[in-house]
Design a protein. Structure first.
Length: 319
């Protein structure tokens, strides 16, 4: 009961970038920058000064595969003095259909201090949110991958050494959860976003209207050269997302001319960088993915740093 009252006072959920004030997102990035700088000589599991999440446990549950998200959250909370418990949904009564979300949420709130969920259902996140008395973090859902994209904004600014609002950002690929969060970020951080994809896979009306309502614009092209022209940052992701229920071969064919190779990259700005959330498929050539413009490993590592600040934000401890 004491935890319930304490948490309600200052806890915050992290579900969708659209719903988080821009100044909070900027504060998370600044905190991550400070913390990363201070850790330069520290080893992986050494705890940050003050151990701000000492004694706290994050329960993370994956209904879909994950390598980076699960490991980076494990390291993130460890470095803040806390710990994680990682579950697969089929290990729970909930996953077997035997227990309600309401009761599961009460139990998670009784044992844990925070809950991270990767799921194929946005509704499930909302249902958990309703019954939890601890913060919930979206670790990837059909509509959003907010921890990934906030971390990517950090990576862009770290490499380019200027605010993302001054850069031309481009996405070549499918309209999916990562792009949805990138579109939300383009509004929150005021950067120009050009999207290159086949007509059939363009962002839908709902997201376009949301951008318009927020007095911003996204630029959509069905010609990858036009989308990439003058870009400072090129993002991509797999054409086939986890559990994408489409004719895979047909979709891959439809994206064929959107493959990111050196020829396509030559239309971007000279200083351009390439980022990819991983895992990768055939959407990018090895020469680009492993080439000098690619910063994908630094991008993956930065998830630890940014997620630490996301955790502090959710636990009401971001200073
Ligand atoms: N980028 C990302 O979320 O990777 P995982 O699916 O491995 O967690
Ligand atoms: N769009 C991808 C991202 C994986 C991190 C997916 O949902 O599978």
């Amino acid at each position: 009961m004491i935890k319930y009252v304490q948490n309600l006072n200052n806890m915050k959920h992290f579900i969708n970038l659209k719903d988080i004030p821009a100044k909070d997102l900027r504060k998370i990035i600044s905190d991550a920058k400070r913390r990363k700088n201070k850790r330069k000589k520290m080893s992986t599991l050494e705890i940050d000064k003050g151990a701000p999440l000492k004694g706290k446990i994050l329960i993370q549950m994956f209904e879909k595969a994950s390598s980076r998200t699960r490991i980076s959250f494990y390291l993130a909370i460890k470095q803040l003095g806390g710990g994680t418990l990682t579950l697969r949904s089929n290990e729970l009564h909930l996953g077997q259909g035997g227990e309600s979300i309401a009761d599961t949420a009460k139990i998670l709130s009784t044992y844990g201090d925070g809950f991270m969920l990767r799921t194929d259902s946005d509704q499930k996140i909302e249902d958990f949110k309703k019954y939890l008395s601890v913060p919930i973090i979206n670790g990837l859902s059909p509509s959003s991958h907010p921890t990934q994209v906030l971390s990517d904004i950090f990576t862009v600014e770290e490499i380019m050494k200027e605010p993302i609002s001054k850069l031309n950002v481009c996405w070549i690929g499918d309209t999916n959860n990562v792009l949805d969060s990138l579109i939300a970020a383009s509004v929150k951080f005021s950067f120009k976003l050009s999207i290159g994809c086949p007509k059939k896979f363009e962002p839908g009306k709902e997201v376009r209207n949301w951008v318009k309502k927020n007095s911003r614009k996204i630029y959509i092209y069905n010609d990858p050269k036009k989308a990439v022209s003058g870009a400072d940052v090129i993002f991509s992701d797999k054409v086939i997302s986890l559990n994408d229920k489409v004719n895979k071969n047909k979709k891959i064919q439809q994206f064929k001319k959107f493959k990111i190779d050196n020829r396509l990259i030559s239309f971007a700005s000279k200083k351009s960088i390439f980022l990819h959330c991983l895992p990768r498929g055939d959407e990018v050539s090895d020469e680009v993915f492993l080439g000098k413009r690619s910063h994908v490993w630094q991008q993956a590592l930065n998830r630890v740093h940014v997620q630490k600040s996301i955790l502090l934000y959710c636990f009401g401890k971001l200073r």
